[in-house]
Design a protein around this ligand. Structure first.
Ligand code: 5GP
Length: 343
């Protein structure tokens, strides 16, 4: 590029394998990439094919990648093929129901619909920039994501316990009534169903769920209140909630907590020397471990582009130390964030 031309960097929101693309002019010139890779766009003059490098490989020659426009077209074509298969199999209605079910199940149980039919075509490349938080800036929201049972809750609790003056959870909202020993704004913000629902429908709830007929959830404002106090807000989210949290005002740093593979998990539970209290307490059956591993895999496939950092929770104490270090780096070292967050 010309010297004074601004370099463009993007985060790949999809994966690309040149060997599997019959339309690429020259397979050997193609640049394969995975979701979440940061690419330096070297040339985007051609309407169909751009030239790019991975920032992890800046010393290498640039390769061909589909332009934004071409990639979108490819994604739409893939969707059409999916829909045709679905139609041919007579599943169209049940897929639609599934879309609705995923919404309802989010409301009912905070459950996450892992089916690919619930993922939508979005932008293939997101322009990113380096952002380094200045000491006068608010802290970035720390979001923990992971399959249930992997220890997301436990890690959040332990991190806050390390330094409760520095780390804090947001105070959730609930529609249930206040108990005698509770205080409004301490355990919960107690609100009517109508107020809760209006927050939900105006996208001011980052996550919500129903428990014993009452609604519970965490609002953007409750997170903002923690950040306004100069503290680091730590919350866990279902992966489909990440996009709601990804705003300029919260600048979330997303950490994916994943289980180690089945054999490691079994081993860490078998060997008394390296066993942790955490795994003793969990008493997982093999099927549970397999389910957790499968769900983690699905989350990574569908939402991996949003993960800023990944921690394998093999031993809780080690994972907690890694979490603390990642959280500190997120607040003090330069990180790639959507360009729209940097102004
Ligand atoms: P309790 O009414 O006993 O304080 O809370 C009961 C349950 O409400 C908790 O175990 C949890 O399942 C749910 N809950 C509490 N806070 C939240 C929240 O912020 N979001 C969601 N989705 N559920 C919550």
């Amino acid at each position: 590029p010309v010297n004074n031309q601004k370099m463009v960097y993007v985060r790949a929101m999809t994966e690309y394998w040149p060997q599997e693309d019959p339309t690429i002019p020259c397979v050997d010139a193609g640049l394969p990439f995975q979701k979440g890779d940061i690419l330096q766009i070297v040339d985007q003059n051609d309407a169909l094919w751009w030239q790019a490098r991975k920032i992890s490989d800046l010393g290498t020659c640039a390769g061909l990648i589909p332009s934004n426009h071409l990639m979108k077209r490819k994604q739409q074509d893939d969707m059409k093929i999916d829909e045709k298969c679905v139609e041919a199999a007579g599943f169209r209605r049940s897929m639609r129901l599934c879309r609705r079910k995923s919404h309802l199940s989010q409301v009912r149980a905070g459950a996450w619909c892992a089916d690919s039919c619930c993922s939508a075509v979005g932008t293939p490349y997101e322009e990113v920039m380096r952002y380094q938080r200045r000491p006068s800036d608010k802290h970035r929201l720390i979001v923990l994501v992971g399959p249930s049972g992997v220890g997301v809750n436990e890690l959040r609790r332990q991190l806050i316990e390390l330094n409760p003056n520095h780390f804090q959870s947001a105070v959730p909202h609930t529609t249930r009534s206040k108990k005698s020993y509770e205080m409004d704004g301490r355990e919960y913000h107690y609100v009517s169903k109508e107020t809760f629902e209006s927050l939900m429908y105006s996208h001011r709830m980052l996550e919500y769920g129903e428990y014993k007929g009452h609604l519970y959830g965490t609002s953007v404002d409750a997170v903002q209140a923690v950040l306004d106090e100069g503290k680091i807000c730590v919350m866990d989210l279902e992966p489909q909630g990440i996009q709601v949290a990804r705003t300029h005002e919260l600048k979330p740093y997303v950490i994916f907590i994943k289980p180690s593979n089945m054999s490691c998990m079994k081993e860490s539970r078998k060997n008394a020397k390296i066993i942790t209290d955490y795994f003793v307490d969990m008493k997982f059956k093999d099927e549970d471990l397999q389910e957790m591993e499968d769900l983690a895999q699905k989350m990574e496939t569908q939402f991996g582009q949003f993960f800023d950092h990944v921690i394998v929770n093999d031993k809780l104490q080690e994972a907690c130390a890694q979490l603390l270090s990642a959280v500190q780096k997120a607040q003090t070292e330069p990180q790639w964030v959507p360009a729209t967050w940097v102004s």
